[in-house]
Design a protein around this ligand. Structure first.
Ligand SMILES: [Zn+2]
Length: 459
């Protein structure tokens, strides 16, 4: 019998354990075996870390992904890395870590510098990055509030009694009254009634300046998640743009439906947003109003033009061009002031961009969900905004100021920094602020950016 010679003769197995430090902890990397690694070896180590069922599910014949030879080898050593460093990885959910590794490696998304697994530092750090180790580590240093029930009033939690009405929607009341009420509400805040000023310059430069500063200001929390495969790490260029000029009826209806939630009429008509049928009726009425009345369409468009928005799941930021103008201002003052309004919008919307999904989804479990979605966003946005104003007032960082200013006159811009302010989501903001007073900033930041709501008492 004749065995073909292997293409590269197997070198002797060298047992080497190498070490590296990160976040004050020592990790060992053992990756020097030259033995070939097959599916069997991968299966064994997988079973070691979880159990036969999970291993079979992931790697068996019906397994969802099929790593090639190089990927199998990388995964094998990554799994061994987890096993060898189990003590340092306390708090990391191993099942999730394995699933993340499996997904990222099979998709070919390992960073180029870490593909060669004999470079132990790059390899080890890449494994830690993929499993989100830093997020766990940072959150693990903070303690959850000891008495979360003391925080309940600030969330207006109402777990015991579902507040949703069981009465049917009073459709005729809604059909008879909604048009009058919603049009009155929109007219009361008609931006057409304000003097306005348009900023011609693209907001991207300003957004980049705010973003760079935010990463520094909220260090290390934003940095801990932005490289995770679960979050969006695409460049800001692809994520920040101006609002569209023309709006679709879908956008108009969405804005009207959102504002309609503030009307007493909806409560009176037993409207329940958890019932699909109710939403359909509401939309249908609003659509019909828009179809019949050009004046309402124009009114809604005026609102849309000054309402920036952020996409929660797709992570984008759309910003307005037009800003409110104080008639007493000179042209230069008005531009400087509008530029500060823009910086304020960016500060708020960028926080949405970085809000962790596990935090956002808690809005459904508290009665006043706006504390979660907008209250904390405004709180952190203001934190950022105030820090930026301070930078400009103190004249500390000329590059930053240049980026923020974006063409506004230097003196007027600095002058306007003193009295720039925002008045958004005040009720939700105050609730969020109360919580921050009780649990402290680090807990709020970690809860929001790292997706650890238990740190502000939301288990
Ligand atoms: Zn918002």
């Amino acid at each position: 019998m004749h065995w073909p010679q292997p293409a590269t003769p197997a070198r002797g197995v060298v047992q080497m354990r190498r070490e590296f430090w990160t976040n004050n902890r020592k990790f060992v990397v053992e990756n020097s075996s030259h033995r070939p690694v097959g599916r069997g070896e991968l299966f064994d180590i997988f079973t070691d870390l979880t159990n036969v069922e999970t291993a079979t599910h992931m790697l068996g014949r019906r397994g969802t992904r099929a790593p090639d030879a190089a990927q199998t080898r990388w995964l094998y050593f990554a799994f061994r890395f987890l096993r060898d460093n189990k003590a340092q990885l306390v708090g990391v959910n191993l099942n999730q870590a394995l699933a993340s590794l499996f997904k990222v490696v099979c998709r070919g998304q390992i960073r180029a510098r870490a593909v060669d697994l004999t470079s132990e530092l790059n390899f080890g750090r890449e494994v830690l990055r993929i499993i989100g180790y830093r997020r766990t580590y940072l959150a693990g240093r903070l303690a959850a509030p000891k008495n979360p029930s003391a925080l309940e009033q600030f969330f207006e939690r109402d777990d015991k009694l579902p507040p949703q009405t069981s009465l049917d929607l009073d459709e005729s009341l809604l059909r008879g009254q909604l048009e009058t009420d919603i049009v009155a509400l929109m007219k009361a805040h008609d931006p057409g009634g304000f003097a306005s000023i348009r900023l011609r310059r693209d907001p991207l430069g300003t957004a980049k300046a705010v973003h760079r500063f935010a990463r520094k200001h909220f260090r290390p929390y934003i940095a801990a998640i932005e490289t995770l495969p679960v979050t969006i790490s695409a460049p800001l260029t692809d994520r920040v743009s101006l609002l569209e000029d023309e709006f679709t009826d879908d956008r108009r209806v969405a804005l009207l439906a959102n504002r309609a939630e503030h009307l007493d009429l909806l409560t009176a008509a037993h409207y329940n947003s958890n019932r699909q049928r109710d939403e359909q009726v509401l939309e249908e009425i609003l659509r019909d109003v828009l179809k019949r009345r050009k004046d309402v369409e124009d009114l809604v468009d005026r609102h849309l033009r000054v309402t920036p928005r952020a996409g929660h799941t797709q992570k984008f930021v759309k910003l307005q061009r037009d800003f409110q103008r104080d008639k007493a201002h000179t042209e230069k003052q008005a531009r400087a002031n509008a530029q500060w309004q823009r910086v304020g919008s960016i500060s708020h919307e960028l926080m949405h961009f970085y809000c962790h999904h596990d935090f956002e989804k808690k809005s459904g479990s508290v009665k006043f969900g706006q504390v979660i979605t907008e209250g904390f966003t405004e709180l952190l946005g203001l934190e950022l905004y105030d820090a930026l104003r301070q930078q400009v007032i103190n004249n500390t960082d000329t590059d930053l100021i240049k980026g923020l200013r974006a063409g506004a006159a230097a003196d007027e811009f600095k002058q306007a920094a003193n009295d720039a302010s925002r008045q958004s989501y005040v009720k939700a903001l105050n609730r969020a602020r109360e919580i921050q007073t009780r649990v402290g900033k680090p807990n709020v930041w970690a809860a929001y950016f790292l997706g650890k709501p238990q740190l502000i008492g939301l288990a």
